[in-house]
Design a protein around this ligand. Structure first.
Ligand code: COS
Length: 383
């Protein structure tokens, strides 16, 4: 489905697909079983431009638009969501926070490195006791002379053990969400420790970690934006993050469609391809409609970003629909494959395991519904 994509946008999508079909798809099952992607792919992905896509050229990126970014995220989701997460957390959540809220010095220091993936970033918001209620986080930063000293714990942090810099949100006053400040913390700072979380249902190739900060001392220049602005930075960055998750989910749905059609047209039962049975076509039709609907919501949102229009609610709608669609489509794909869908010789099982977290992270489906409900009614369910 090509809705008035420019030649450049289509060219980037084709480049991304060819690269991932050669460099990721043949290895993804092994990476998934080993619980680690081969990090040698990261510089190769950077060369294609995945990491620098929306970072301006003056900071070493490609200065691309968000529709192209959505296409790139879709291709990554179709190939391996573990790779999509590495990119969208490092150059998306961390890079964009620095781009929109950082000082010129911080931009010069970090953006060229994140754009080329010579360094990776992680986004330290979630804590053991604060997931959806992010504004109530309890990690604390206290002023000590010219420095800040950070103590606390972060949970489920993508890239946590691989990152060179952690964007850490910590409380600098007891004023709820208004008392949160963002800090750029090099992960080799004494007192910073990352421990990998093993045994995840999906995204097994991706490093997900628990972060421990014990008297981590950073200079005042590590504050991103202003003191007390951290929650706004997190929320506005997550709006774009939700677009990236949604686009990745479109890739999962697309992958489910392709593998289901391929399997159903070649698998013979009762003397004909199972694609000839109406009940199988019913499932394939559902996946196909989910792919189109999710993609259109994603493109609408990306287009709003590109035009400088408000896009938060559109991002919530895209993320809600696309993540639920990804779970539905992967479940349908397994049903089309029958027993073959239950083992990892085919991608359907991994699609389902990877899709399952998409309705949880970067704001659960329930949080997205409450944000959409608030936008429609003007009444907040959070107060
Ligand atoms: N962009 C910019 N500013 C925002 C914003 C956004 N998208 N959303 C909220 N803010 C601002 C508000 O404007 C408000 O500013 P003022 O203090 O100047 O009025 C401030 O942030 C606090 O807003 P509020 O108290 O209204 O918070 P919300 O109700 O907007 O947020 C929810 C509550 C539950 C929506 C929010 O905490 C949330 O999104 N939780 C999910 C967190 C999440 O996605 N976690 C996953 C982490 S990454 S895996």
């Amino acid at each position: 489905m090509d809705l008035s994509l420019s030649d450049e946008q289509q060219a980037f999508r084709d480049l991304a697909r060819t690269f991932l079909d050669n460099e990721a798809v043949p290895h993804r099952t092994r990476w998934d079983r080993d619980e680690a992607v081969d990090l040698a792919i990261v510089p190769k992905m950077a060369e294609i431009g995945f990491f620098g896509l929306t970072i301006p050229e003056e900071y070493g990126g490609l200065g691309g638009d968000y529709v192209t970014y959505a296409l790139a995220m879709e291709e990554l989701g179709r190939a391996d969501s573990a790779l999509r997460g590495i990119v969208s957390v490092s150059s998306g959540l961390v890079g964009k926070s620095i781009l929109f809220f950082g000082s010129e010095e911080q931009k010069q220091e970090w953006l060229p490195q994140l754009a080329t993936a010579s360094r990776l970033g992680c986004f330290g918001l979630t804590e053991p006791d604060t997931g959806s209620d992010a504004g109530n986080l309890t990690s604390r930063a206290t002023r000590d002379g010219d420095d800040w000293v950070i103590n606390g714990q972060k949970l489920f942090i993508t890239n946590g053990t691989w990152a060179d810099v952690a964007l850490v949100f910590a409380r600098t006053s007891d004023d709820g969400p208004r008392g949160v400040t963002a800090f750029l913390v090099p992960t080799d700072t004494p007192g910073f420790e990352a421990r990998e979380i093993k045994g995840k249902l999906g995204l097994r190739g991706q490093a997900t970690a628990e972060l421990f900060l014990a008297d981590v001392r950073v200079p005042a220049s590590a504050v991103l934006g202003e003191v007390g602005q951290g929650f706004k930075i997190a929320m506005s960055t997550l709006d774009k993050g939700r677009l990236a998750v949604a686009a990745g989910c479109v890739g999962i749905v697309q992958g489910c469609l392709e593998t289901s059609v391929e399997y159903a047209t070649s698998r013979m039962q009762f003397g004909r391809p199972i694609a000839g049975f109406q009940l199988v076509q019913d499932m394939i039709a559902d996946i196909s409609v989910d792919a189109d609907a999710a993609r259109l919501l994603v493109w609408r949102c990306a287009d709003l970003v590109d035009r400088g229009e408000p896009f938060g609610t559109a991002a919530s709608k895209a993320k809600l629909f696309a993540s639920e669609a990804a779970v539905r489509a992967a479940n349908n794909a397994i049903q089309v494959h029958g027993g073959a869908g239950y083992v990892d010789d085919y991608p359907a099982a991994k699609y389902l395991r990877d899709a399952r977290v998409m309705t949880l992270y970067e704001g659960t489906s329930q949080i997205q519904k409450l944000l959409i409900g608030r936008a429609e009614t003007g009444i907040s369910a959070f107060v």
